[in-house]
Design a protein around this ligand. Structure first.
Ligand code: 5GP
Length: 180
């Protein structure tokens, strides 16, 4: 077995406690804003896999209104820390007339969320809103209409709390900048 000699250090950004507090604030805002939904027609969280799955699990448990969950798979990054410039989207969703909240891990250039939004809007939801754990406004190339943002972050490569680099660091409970 060959030894992996790559050593990465992580600069801490947001602790477990800070993340938890911010998510409960977002959950309250979502619950207040969507108080029109009912058990018969609950809010639908659509989680963008893979990076948003831990965020979405914690967020779901802070939302106090009727709420369902479904998933969409998007990949815009390959094995390197740069955007591939194209997005692959896979889903099996049915969202016509539903109030939809897209839950994303990071909005960087905005390309992924723009392409997912266009696809979902073509399916005629009652409404479509965007919630992202992290926003990198300095990296934006495509406009993104974000309603709920966890944290605004610098244009650096971030890992932890479900967000990986080549499937590493997802299990870190906190968020930090990956230094190469
Ligand atoms: P965008 O299409 O907005 O440029 O990129 C969005 C996607 O790229 C995110 O959902 C995430 O998967 C990935 N991405 C963007 N910035 C980072 C980052 O700092 N760290 C990691 N691990 N992924 C990122």
């Amino acid at each position: 077995m060959s030894e992996n000699k790559t050593i990465n250090t992580i600069t801490p950004l947001f602790s477990v406690e800070v993340i938890e507090k911010r998510i409960s604030e977002i959950g309250k805002a979502i619950s207040d804003d969507f108080d029109m939904v009912t058990q018969d027609c609950p809010l639908l969280l659509i989680v963008v896999l893979k990076g948003a799955f831990i965020f979405a699990a914690d967020l779901l448990r802070t939302i106090t209104i009727p709420c369902g969950i479904d998933f969409i798979h998007a990949s815009s990054y390959g094995s390197e820390k740069t955007s591939s410039g194209s997005v692959s989207i896979k889903h099996n969703l049915s969202i016509t007339d539903r109030h939809v909240l897209l839950v994303e891990d990071i909005i960087d250039t905005g390309l992924t969320i723009q392409q997912i939004s266009a696809e979902l809007i073509s399916m005629k939801p009652a409404s479509l809103s965007i919630c992202t754990l992290l926003d990198k406004p300095n990296a934006r190339k495509h406009p993104a209409d974000i309603t709920y943002t966890g944290f605004v972050v610098p244009d650096a490569f971030i890992v932890g709390y479900g967000i990986d680099y080549n499937e590493r660091f997802r299990a870190l409970p906190s968020l930090g900048i990956l230094n190469s």
